[in-house]
Design a protein. Structure first.
Length: 177
């Protein structure tokens, strides 16, 4: 491929990409990360978004589940703002929309699922260790099966005898009858 064709194709691809990317306007909707995404009534919830920009702020809306408004403040990561609220104790299980309005005019939305009760923790699993001979099917340790050992030795012995006979016959030259 000639360099001119390669450069033309690259420039055309960049132009089309920029054409469809478009500018960013205030008022756009961004994503809101809700952690944990599924909680029981009475739990604390943290939300974060990058929609508000560097050192941004805003107000969150958790009125759909009766928690009211909450403040957004700059987080420890660049461009991330965070907010916190508590799910009221009498909240009915279901999925609720949480929204934030940033000071820069942008908004972000996310979902929170409220469950019946806190999940019960599963007990830790105690590791078990195998005992005795383990048949892997692809080699491994030799078990106490002496029949298989004897058969293997017989095959090796027959191969050695046959190989020796073949080499002696070949070394002695052609046999004329």
């Amino acid at each position: 491929m000639r360099p001119a064709q390669l450069l033309t194709g690259t420039a055309l691809t960049a132009a089309v990409t920029l054409l469809y990317a478009g500018p960013s306007y205030a008022g756009e909707t961004g994503s809101l990360e809700v952690y944990p995404a599924s909680v029981a009534p009475g739990a604390n919830v943290t939300v974060n978004t990058t929609a508000c920009g560097v050192d941004g702020g805003g107000t969150g809306d958790a009125k759909s589940l009766g928690a009211g408004d909450f403040d957004l403040y700059p987080g420890t990561h660049k461009e991330v703002v965070i907010g916190e609220f508590t799910v009221p104790a009498g909240t009915v299980p279901g999925t609720y929309g949480i929204a934030v309005a940033c000071d820069n005019g942008k908004t972000a939305k996310g979902d929170l699922t409220v469950t019946d009760a806190a999940p019960t923790p599963t007990p830790p699993v105690q590791p078990t260790h195998p005992t005795g001979h383990v048949k892997t099917g692809v080699g491994g340790s030799v078990g106490p099966d002496t029949t298989q050992i004897a058969a293997g030795v017989a095959v090796l012995a027959a191969t050695a005898v046959g190989g020796t006979w073949f080499l002696r016959r070949r070394a002695s030259g052609p046999q004329d009858s």
